[in-house]
Design a binder for this molecule. Structure first.
Ligand code: PMV
Length: 327
């Protein structure tokens, strides 16, 4: 059996704008997905997901993707999960020279699904690595990141940036601008996350921004302003200036509100975190529903979020330098 793990991420700055070639800075956080892969004697694939913030499921199929688990969870979440895992198996088999050996895969994840924390990227990165190694290949993290991006782009109909997959494979803070992906370092950033218990539809939210941009010049300008803000954010990260990072996170959230991707629940949590003394707070990822990230040391911020009616769960997280790893 081979086991690989990869972290989730938050966006410090730049989601959505990154889809149009602006830079973004995601940071890996210490919530991880773990994939165990074992070869089988036949050519079938059996997938068990024990903890994906779903009820958990097991499914056995022969690669035609028609098999579906018999459980009561939203069909779109299950088919997305199966799509990512199928894509990962395909990429890993290719890395291992085209093997069609059957596989037993078990996925465990601390990362809530569809909440803006990069759960699909983490599962895809860990699955490609675990399966490739189980089949005898030894890909480096950059190769796995690129293969994982190909999977995300296919499952998300081409509407994906390299941000999530590169960040999950490399760990730390990274900068992504189009195909240019770089690791920035491992600043010590304390985060508090607020989760409304829901999941945003990334495809729909990205399509909404695209439409707004086609209709209004100033939506396109807003996307450019997010890019300028990211450049400043990078300098603040370099200087270790947490106050400035917080101010820029607030500014970035305002621009995401203008692009129509926030919601009442996300805004309520952002304001609760700010009122409790966070240096800055913003939604993270596609938006709609899911998580906000606050830059805050204070336990007060987690407590304030826990007392915010729309917040289902608040938890502390910190930036992790550890990207893709084998166990
Ligand atoms: O919500 P997530 O973690 O899937 O992040 C989506 C981020 C977007 O910029 C909106 C899309 C992308 O692929 O970069």
């Amino acid at each position: 059996m081979t086991t690989s793990t990869a972290p989730g991420k938050i966006y410090l700055f730049g989601e959505h704008a990154v889809v149009y070639g602006e830079p973004a800075v995601p940071c890996a956080i210490d919530l991880r997905a773990r994939v165990h892969a074992t070869q089988r004697d036949d050519d079938r694939v059996r997938l068990s997901a024990s903890d994906l913030s779903l009820d958990g499921f097991t499914i056995e199929y022969d690669g035609d993707q028609n098999a579906r688990p018999d459980i009561n969870v939203p069909e779109n979440l299950v088919s997305a999960a199966v799509g990512y895992v199928n894509g990962a198996i395909h990429q890993a088999r290719d890395l291992a020279g085209g093997s069609d050996t059957g596989l037993e895969l078990t996925i465990e994840s601390d990362i809530p699904l569809g909440a803006g924390l990069g759960s699909s990227a983490a599962v895809t990165v860990a699955a490609i690595d675990a399966v490739a190694r189980e089949l005898g290949a030894t890909p480096d993290a950059e190769t796995v990141a690129e293969r994982a991006f190909q999977v995300e782009a296919a499952v998300q109909d081409g509407e994906a940036s390299r941000a999530d997959t590169f960040c999950s494979a490399m760990g730390g803070a990274v900068r992504v601008e189009g195909t240019d992906c770089r690791r920035l370092g491992e600043p010590d950033l304390p985060f508090v996350l607020g989760y409304d218990g829901g999941a945003g539809d990334t495809g729909q939210l990205v399509a909404g921004v695209r439409q707004l941009r086609e209709t209004y010049d100033f939506a396109d300008t807003t996307i450019g302003v997010i890019g300028d803000l990211v450049e400043r954010g990078e300098r603040a990260l370099d200087d270790g200036d947490l106050d400035e990072i917080g101010r820029l996170m607030n500014f970035n959230h305002g621009l995401l509100v203008a692009l129509g991707v926030s919601s009442r629940t996300l805004d309520d949590m952002v304001w609760a975190a700010r009122d409790a003394g966070a240096l800055g707070a913003k939604l993270t990822g596609a938006g709609g529903r899911g998580c906000i990230v606050a830059l805050a040391e204070a336990a007060d911020v987690a407590t304030a979020l826990e007392h915010t009616p729309v917040c289902e769960r608040a938890f502390e997280a910190s930036l992790t330098p550890d990207g893709l790893q084998q166990e």
